[in-house]
Design a protein around this ligand. Sequence first.
Ligand code: SF4
Length: 385
Amino acid sequence: MFRKLTLRLKFYISFLRKGRSYADFFTSNTYKIYLNHSKIIHFRDGCPVFSLSTPALFSNAAANFMARNFYKNITGRTNHNLMSLAITEKCNASCEHCSFHTKDLNEKKNPLKKQEYFKIIKDAQEAGVTVINIVGGEPLLNPDIFEIISSVDKNLSTAILFTNGYYLSQNAKKLKNSGLDGVYVSIDSAKAKKHDKFRKIDNLFEKAMEGIESAKKTGLTVGISSCVTPKSFKNGELHGIVELAKKKGVHEVLVFGANPSGKYAERQDLADDHVFIDELIEFSNKYNKSYDYPGILIYGYTSSHRSIGCSGGVNYFYINPFGEVCPCDFNHAVFGNVRETPLYEILEKMRLIFKHTKYGGCRLKDKKIINDKYISKDKFNKINI
Ligand code: SF4
């Protein structure tokens, strides 16, 4: 009896002495594995933010993420926790690398209506989605965007917008009031003229900078999303963007290695880019150690074996503005349409095909499986299952 009491007492003392640092290490390590850093980049509504791509720590959406993962372990089933929802096919830019620009874009298709977006969001949240990315086209061209964002139950999910920034400045406050948590603004060069030329729209860079400033003032978490190629990286574009982000007080830079999809569908040179990913990770490490710089999130890191792997179709899916459900923004293999089939049934189909995330990087960049029937790079292609 005495021994039992002594051990119990020792346990409580150990808990008091070590428990806090243990919890702290566990939290840091969780973020480190996913993001390759555990730097707090912003405080939003009193909660620490490590990345726009994850719900803020201590938010209800983060608690929901944990709870969903708890059940994922019990059931042994994967959980679709990230949805990219395209709310318009329209765009005011014409970017060189646009992944949405597919061969079938001119086909007459019927865009989703506001009420349909409300239902998709509700269905996705019921199915366990905790991160909702609002994408396009240019999402701010949909006048219903504020109501769509308002329909997200913030106790279940965080809502993030991807925009080219042209219309951001005048809409930032309304977006925040609608319940938006953060915004990624696309910037591909710190040189205004080069950026505008790449996206084929005058004054876009200037407008995007104004948008970033306005968004920051409202309290949104603000990121720059940047598409790099091995060539642009060698030319120092990313270095320029990171310095620009620091100057503007941006919280995060999300770096995508250009994908062989959409307008770049034929770019075989973008496949099997492991050396390039290694270079990007090394590049980000030095900035992520410093609190003077924003967090740098290398997408190629999270989709590699070091983190969660390529998760398209497994815990990530994309819905285009016509209701077609695909594994991710870049893989346009259509597994069903929410107008014809309940979302959970479509997700189940994906779950049975993809089973688990793919280590070794992006499916679209893997030359061994690039012609797999569950991949479509240049058009929205209905898959027969
Ligand atoms: S195929 Fe995988 S890694 Fe590539 S973009 Fe889609 S989800 Fe990301």
